[in-house]
Design a protein around this ligand. Structure first.
Ligand SMILES: Nc1ncnc2c1ncn2[C@@H]1O[C@H](COP(=O)(O)OP(=O)(O)OP(=O)(O)O)[C@@H](O)[C@H]1O
Ligand SMILES: [Mg+2]
Length: 282
């Protein structure tokens, strides 16, 4: 039993349907043995089908949330999700640098599964300049990798290799930093994520699971990594095993998603598949 659970905070948007954003992140932390905290960087009006509105807090209030939390609670890892605007990105980066926050996992959320845009174009440069320097790991999907690198989104494994290498160059070169390039948007039945630290390229293959319930897969994966990194830190291949475990948790959560009946669009994954069992809750 883990007697000293890590404290992990999500700084992200709220998706009221609970499939993505801060609510999904907290479920993931809880399922994986971490104590979950949440800081709201954006409110959305959203269901499993569409995002119908976004409301961004004043950056000063975001700053107050971060400062107040960090003043009291030892934070062992941070998951960054939808940040929305350049001001919110800048404020988040500045406060994380101030607190020297460990294990910052930056999911550079730009577009929702429904196709709605979640990050202002003007915020991309700020993300590159201010947020990547404080990130321990970035977890872009293929279109986000294209935007960050200002190239066409990769759609083959060979192109993914090249992108992962170039993404690593956007992170500080002198210390341990990781790229997790997600292949969920690859065509075909086999999908591969790439994990790269500037030295070793690790292929993480999976069979595509046929499911409509993929709302929040990206949020869930990055949160799972943030929950597990502090629990695996200090062990040999700690980062690699945290990412492998996070992916197998996500794959089980996608497989079990059919047990839930949530909405008419892309439904959520089943974060508590291991706790509820196959029969309960049906
Ligand atoms: N149908 C699927 N079957 C198995 N694994 C999947 C499937 N879809 C996505 N994944 C995995 O889920 C993770 C998230 O990948 P994806 O590329 O979908 O991220 P994303 O686009 O950021 O997701 P989101 O739309 O939730 O933000 C990756 O590890 C990817 O390999
Ligand atoms: Mg995503």
């Amino acid at each position: 039993m883990n007697l000293d659970p890590p404290n992990v905070v999500s700084i992200a948007g709220v998706d009221p349907s609970g499939g993505a954003g801060v609510l999904a992140d907290i479920k993931t932390f809880s399922a994986l043995g971490a104590y979950g905290c949440g800081i709201v960087a954006a409110l959305t009006a959203q269901n499993t089908q569409a995002v119908t509105g976004v409301h961004t807090p004043p950056p000063d209030f975001l700053r107050l949330q971060i400062d107040t939390l960090f003043a009291d609670i030892r934070i062992d890892a941070v998951k960054l999700g939808m940040l929305g605007t350049a001001d919110i990105v800048r404020t988040t980066a500045e406060r994380l640098a101030h607190f020297a926050a460990p294990h910052v996992v930056c999911d550079p959320v730009m577009v929702a599964k429904s196709g709605d845009h979640l990050l202002a174009r003007s915020a991309v440069a700020m993300l590159r300049e201010a947020l990547l320097p404080v990130s321990f790991m970035i977890t872009p999907n293929l279109p986000e990798a294209g935007v960050l690198l200002e190239v066409r989104a990769p759609d083959t494994l060979r192109e993914m290799y090249r992108c992962a290498e170039r993404l690593r160059e956007l992170l500080p070169l002198s210390s341990e930093r990781w790229v997790l390039l997600k292949g969920g948007h690859l065509p075909g039945d086999e999908l591969v994520d790439l994990l790269f630290d500037g030295d070793r390229m690790i292929e993480l293959p999976a069979h595509r699971i046929e499911s409509k319930n993929t709302h929040g897969t990206g949020c869930t994966l990055s949160s799972a990594v943030a929950a597990l990194l502090p629990q695996r830190a200090g062990t040999l291949s700690g980062v690699e095993s945290a990412v492998r475990e996070a992916r197998s948790y996500l794959l089980r959560a996608i497989k079990a998603s059919g047990q839930l009946r949530v909405g008419h669009g892309h439904g959520p994954v089943h974060h508590f598949h291991a706790l509820w069992g196959p029969k309960n809750g049906q």
